[in-house]
Design a protein around this ligand. Structure first.
Ligand SMILES: NC(=O)c1ccc[n+]([C@@H]2O[C@H](COP(=O)([O-])OP(=O)(O)OC[C@H]3O[C@@H](n4cnc5c(N)ncnc54)[C@H](O)[C@@H]3O)[C@@H](O)[C@H]2O)c1
Length: 317
């Protein structure tokens, strides 16, 4: 495959840095745009000396001048990951999520149209309607904007897909399930796996919102990043919406027990926003397998071990 010029928005964030890593390993030239509102330059330290790493631009996707300037680089693909990602924040402050996730995406989309750049739009499994079937959630399942985060992602998805139909722009919408692994934040902003491991290591209680029977399909971040980059390489997925997940779900109670072993460390607390809780998340990734040949490679136990090793290493610094 020929080396491509690639822009990763949100590339200093948790998943973004793994996407940059994968793209560099695949031989591409990579630019990163991030306003560092939730990302960190430290996440890119191991990558920035790679010969194909081009530049980091500290900028906001809401700033059209920054985008105008950057897109003269003649990108082949733009992976658009920059977003406000917190469901509870989106309920408390919907304007921020709307501006970043809808308006910001529109700005990126306009640039992709102007310069004819393939766009991979990072959506989320949080857009799906409740589904209880053990067959898993496929792209055919109904969607429901249960939070302004989900509503904003759905609005942005629709705009992205409309440019495929109206302007023949190559675009792909991807909906990864809950992703975890090294470089995810371990405080309240992070994901459940990172927070639980960190609390276990610091001998703090593992807090579970609600009764803990809600399930999650947990995707290891290197599997997620491989899925993201493959979506940008293949013409077969233009105009498509595609899921990725482990294909297995686990209840938050079982996850806590897997991580902490000592059950007295587990505490149940009242849910702050029970209306945005999804009781069961299980991914059917058969479309990703059929179109991209993608399947997850890491079992949950392996991913937890890698995450724990990384968190321990950061605590030593
Ligand atoms: N973490 C998950 O489980 C998960 C699952 C599915 C989809 N996603 C999506 O994947 C993407 C990355 O998520 P993440 O977990 O790595 O989160 P993250 O917060 O670590 O990454 C998002 C990055 O975008 C940057 N950013 C935010 N607003 C920006 C703006 N206006 N301009 C420029 N940069 C901006 C942040 O600084 C951050 O580095 C998001 O689009 C998120 O919705 C995440």
């Amino acid at each position: 495959m020929k080396a491509l010029n690639i822009l990763v928005t949100g590339g200093a964030g948790f998943i973004g840095r793994w996407v940059v890593d994968r793209l560099l390993k695949d031989g591409h030239y990579v630019w990163v745009l991030d306003d560092l509102s939730n990302g960190n330059l430290e996440n890119l330290v191991d990558l920035q000396n790679h010969k194909n790493y081009q530049d980091f631009v500290n900028g906001d996707i809401k700033d059209i001048r920054v985008l105008n300037h950057l897109f003269f680089k003649k990108f082949d693909v733009c992976y658009h990951l920059a977003a406000s990602i917190n469901v509870q924040d989106s309920i408390d402050n919907p304007g921020k999520t709307f501006n970043n996730d809808v308006i910001g995406t529109f700005n990126v989309l306009e640039q992709c149209k102007r310069h004819h750049v393939k766009l991979v739009f990072m959506s989320t499994c949080m857009v799906y309607e409740r589904a209880y079937s053990d067959d898993g959630i496929s792209e055919m399942n109904s969607v429901k904007p249960a939070s302004p985060y989900a509503g904003s992602k759905l609005a942005a998805e629709n705009m992205v897909l409309s440019y495929y139909y109206a302007y023949d722009l190559p675009v792909t919408v991807i909906r990864p399930f809950n992703t975890y692994g090294p470089f995810q934040k371990t405080d309240g902003e992070g994901g459940v796996v990172a927070i639980f491991i960190n609390n276990m290591l610091e001998d703090k209680p593992l807090k579970i919102y609600g009764d803990g029977t809600q399930t999650r399909d947990l995707l290891y971040v290197e599997d997620c990043a491989r899925f993201v980059v493959e979506s940008g390489y293949s013409d077969k997925v233009n105009g498509e919406v595609i899921n990725a997940g482990l294909g297995k779900d686990i209840s938050i109670n079982e996850l806590a027990k897997l991580i902490v072993k000592d059950e007295t460390k587990i505490k149940h607390v009242t849910h702050i926003h029970p209306q945005s809780e999804i009781p069961k998340l299980l991914c059917d990734y058969s479309k990703a397998k059929a179109l991209l040949g993608w399947e997850p490679e890491y079992r949950l136990e392996e991913g937890i071990k890698k995450t724990e090793t990384w968190i321990k290493s950061t605590n030593l610094l």
